[in-house]
Design a protein around this ligand. Structure first.
Ligand code: BGC
Ligand code: NOJ
Length: 810
């Protein structure tokens, strides 16, 4: 069952009912100011950091769901309704929500009043703009009251939800007839404030939530709104909010536009005040002015659309498969950009109060957006590398506001350093810019400790080399990619976090997955080091790659089961092998070790793929492991804490299915690659939205597996490495467009139904127009600008900007 449809021409998903199985959300903002917005207008806004600069409040685990947001109420002679349906839940005569690229619009109507709302964060300002258009479609004149309301958060979202004894005494606002300024704590150490502005002078206002809602009411029935009045309340403690009221009369056919701006302003400490206790509003008023007219808003919205057009023009495919093209050209790339901005911080599954930017997460996210915004990728790489320690280990996360390593979670995840190599390689392959390697980059952000980024890569690899276990395989440390395989944790205390509990690393537990990573990224590094003339380093790492590859072939493959083993635990027992009672096979090493080409000459990759399809495949993809653990294993940790078939204990993890898809491409199995790709790509499973439940336009972290009571149900939508890796599998695997140091490699792995494919790709400032003919009996050739060439890598020629490539596949 579906709850909407794709509108590809406008690059929108159109939701036709507010009754989606879960709030289906979108993200607004492309730089520092961000908002989450659901299809019922819920969500919240923050500046840079969802934990430390929260502008509006959101209540988690709330009932009814999703009733914190920007809410527009209409009181039409006692019938009270919202443009986005919630919180009043009044049935609407019509409803539509369109999630587009960094904007969301609503169109609803009730009793002859038609309401449109468009929400976006402009490219150049720290604010969310909401344009409201109200039209009287009835034959009679209409008089009604209109309310625009938001609830402020006291900036630090954790403190806001904890420290009531202080916070309920602090609220401060300033008000004029267009704007409520939220200035709590501005009198002392904060140099920033927020505001909620309306383009039309209001007829009344409220800023005290207690007064606005009334004693026993929720947001579904605020007393001010039900009475059709305002209390003109001026908050001085408890809960600051902003509400503007308008008394409106519309003739038949008449339209009224109102514009609202939720803004954020920072002032220099010596320019904070306009007069005693009166905040300096210069910047705020300048911002308000820019969006005070329809022309200003329309122009800003157009800039935003142009921005996305320009970005998405860099990679466009036409395959004849509408669903594939929609994922490739719109939604998958869009999700990659959103995950780049948010990492795993703020979604409807991540409160934004916990995690900042993850080291491994951000490194992987980069693979999905580097072709779109390479400059930002460069900056991100340096930020990430700056939280590394001198021995190559690294903090696991940092807060985006100060970019400092997060001590709460600490370090010890032994896969982390290697992702930095993968991310940097992707940047250099995309841009050709090896100068990034020379950038002085600190350790643990300590001034004076800077070394060239190149050294960071080298010590990342050395970290694995210096931390090997009894089988010559990399030690796992606290965990590798699979945060829930905690082989050194041995947690028995209730409530203890598996992620931060003391790490009892006895230097025995080893990871075959990290071995795969080392072989893949180590080999990449060898290529890079040779390319820039660091022959000695290349030799050293090549030798180590060989050693770990041999160790994996010897001790990392289950020759009885016919697939890669997952790990050795702290007792040196195999994890993920046919010897185990449960958790006999894991997906991660099958994909990654095959990608790395480990044991290719012995056909290990082919076997690993066969085994994965045999044991792990369900209707939604390949599950993470099989069979899931039915009891808690203290020696394995969090993975065995989940019920069977969910999360890391046997769900389809959309993040690592693409590794297998790519492995299929490496092993030249196009049909299997496409089969797997399709099983969880959102556009292909849209008509199962009632089972899948999360948004049908983006990937979720996981889809519950066969052993779960909720088989097929997805969770943790939006912020997941699934976005990036699915895009890499799609673009580099199936489409076969792979940036290399020396040029653009074109080596498609197309299923037989894709007979004619065209692709447009911007690469290092040049435009590639690629046509692939994939018909049985073809002779494999590649013709570049009229000339046949033997290599699959197209090198750039000075002075030539356009490359017309024709590929005929055998
Ligand atoms: C989740 C993992 C996540 C980890 C780190 C675990 O509870 O299952 O998916 O990576 O927490 O936050
Ligand atoms: C989600 C985390 O963000 C990521 O870092 C981890 O690799 C996966 N879960 C698997 O546990």
């Amino acid at each position: 069952m579906k709850f909407g449809h794709f509108d590809d021409r406008n690059r929108e998903y159109v939701i036709e009912t507010p009754h989606t199985p879960l709030p289906w959300i979108n993200y607004l903002g492309t730089d520092d100011f961000h908002s989450l917005i659901s299809n019922t207008c819920g969500g919240y806004s923050f500046y840079k950091d969802a934990k430390l600069r929260r502008i509006t409040r959101y209540r988690y685990n709330n009932v009814p769901r999703d009733v914190s947001g920007r809410f527009y109420y209409i009181n039409d002679k006692g019938t009270i309704w919202n443009i986005g349906y919630l919180p009043t839940k009044t049935d609407l005569d019509s409803y539509e929500c369109r999630h587009g690229l960094s904007y969301t619009s609503f169109h609803s109507s009730k009793n002859g009043l038609d309401a449109k709302l468009t929400c976006f964060v402009p490219l150049k300002d720290n604010c969310e703009v909401n344009l409201v258009s109200l039209t009287n479609t009835s034959a009679k004149s209409k008089t009604f009251t209109f309310y625009a309301a938001v609830e402020f958060c006291l900036y630090n979202a954790v403190d806001d939800a904890n420290n009531y004894q202080r916070n309920l005494n602090l609220a401060e606002v300033e008000i004029d007839d267009h704007t409520v300024y939220h200035k709590t704590e501005y009198r002392e150490r904060r140099n920033h404030y927020a505001f909620f502005y309306g383009s039309v002078a209001h007829d009344g206002f409220d800023t005290d939530r207690n007064v606005f809602l009334g004693l026993e009411n929720g947001w579904d029935a605020p007393e001010a709104v039900t009475k059709g009045i305002s209390f003109n309340s001026v908050v001085h403690d408890y809960y600051p909010m902003a509400c503007h009221r308008y008394d409106i009369t519309l003739k038949p056919g008449e339209t009224k536009n109102l514009i609202f701006v939720l803004g954020y302003v920072e002032n220099n400490p010596d320019e904070k005040w306009e007069a005693k206790n009166v905040i300096n509003k210069t910047k705020a008023q300048a911002m308000q002015k820019r969006y005070s007219t329809l022309a200003g808003v329309t122009a800003a919205l157009k800039d935003l659309k142009d921005y996305w057009d320009a970005l998405l023009d860099k990679f466009v495919v036409k395959t004849g498969d509408e669903k594939f093209d929609r994922m490739a050209n719109i939604w998958n790339q869009y999700q990659c950009m959103v995950t780049y901005m948010m990492s795993r911080s703020a979604s409807y599954y991540e409160t934004g109060t916990g995690r900042g930017m993850g080291f491994r997460d951000s490194c992987q996210d980069l693979l999905g957006f580097v072709h779109l915004i390479p400059d930002k990728a460069k900056e991100r790489i340096i930020d990430i590398a700056s939280i590394q320690f001198e021995d190559g280990s690294t903090y696991h996360q940092y807060q985006p506001l100060d970019k400092k390593g997060n001590a709460d979670i600490g370090s010890g995840f032994n896969d982390d350093p290697l992702w930095l190599v993968g991310a940097t390689m992707a940047y250099i392959r995309e841009t050709g810019d090896t100068s990034i390697l020379d950038i002085p980059t600190p350790f643990n952000n300590v001034k004076g400790s800077e070394k060239p980024l190149y050294d960071h890569l080298m010590i990342s690899l050395m970290h694995t080399i210096n931390n090997k276990g009894p089988h010559g395989l990399p030690l796992i440390g606290r965990a590798d990619w699979n945060d829930c395989l905690n082989l050194n944790c041995f947690s028995t205390k209730d409530g203890e976090s598996f992620q931060t509990v003391e790490n009892n690393d006895t230097h025995v537990a080893e990871s075959v997955f990290i071995a795969g990573m080392f072989v893949l990224y180590g080999s990449d590094f060898v290529e890079l080091a040779n390319y820039i003339g660091k022959k000695e380093d290349a030799k050293l790492i090549e030798k180590e790659v060989k050693a770990i590859e041999e160790a994996t072939v010897k001790s990392g493959f289950d020759y009885d089961g016919g697939y890669f083993i997952r790990a050795y635990d702290a007792y040196s027992h195999e994890v993920g092998s046919s010897k185990c009672e449960e958790g006999k096979i894991f997906i991660e090493p099958q994909g990654f070790c095959t990608l790395a080409g480990i044991g290719k000459d012995k056909g290990l990759g082919k076997k690993a793929i066969d085994a994965s399809f045999k044991y792990l495949l369900d209707d939604w993809g390949c599950e993470l492991l099989y069979p899931p653990y039915s009891t808690y294993h203290v020696e394995l940790g969090e993975i065995s804490s989940y019920p069977q078939g969910v999360k890391e204990n046997g769900a389809v993890f959309n993040h690592n299915n693409p590794w297998l898809t790519m492995a299929c491409c490496v092993e030249k199995e196009p049909e299997r690659a496409f089969q797997l790709y399709r099983l969880n790509a959102p556009a292909y499973i849209e008509d199962k939205s009632d089972i899948h439940k999360t948004e049908p336009y983006v990937y979720s972290q996981m889809i519950a597996g066969r052993f779960s009571k909720s088989y097929g149900q997805a969770k943790n939508s939006w912020l997941t490495g699934s976005a990036t890796w699915s895009f890499v599998a799609l673009s580099e695997g199936i489409m076969g467009i792979r940036p290399q140091l020396t040029g653009l490699e074109i080596d498609p792995c197309l299923p037989k139904e894709m007979t004619d494919v065209t692709m447009e790709r911007t690469f290092r400032g040049c435009h590639f127009h690629i046509h692939v003919s994939n018909k049985p009996g073809n002779k494999a050739t590649i013709i570049v600008n009229g000339k046949e060439q033997a290599s699959k890598i197209v090198t750039l020629v000075k002075g030539i900007k356009d490359y017309d490539v024709s590929v005929t596949m055998a």
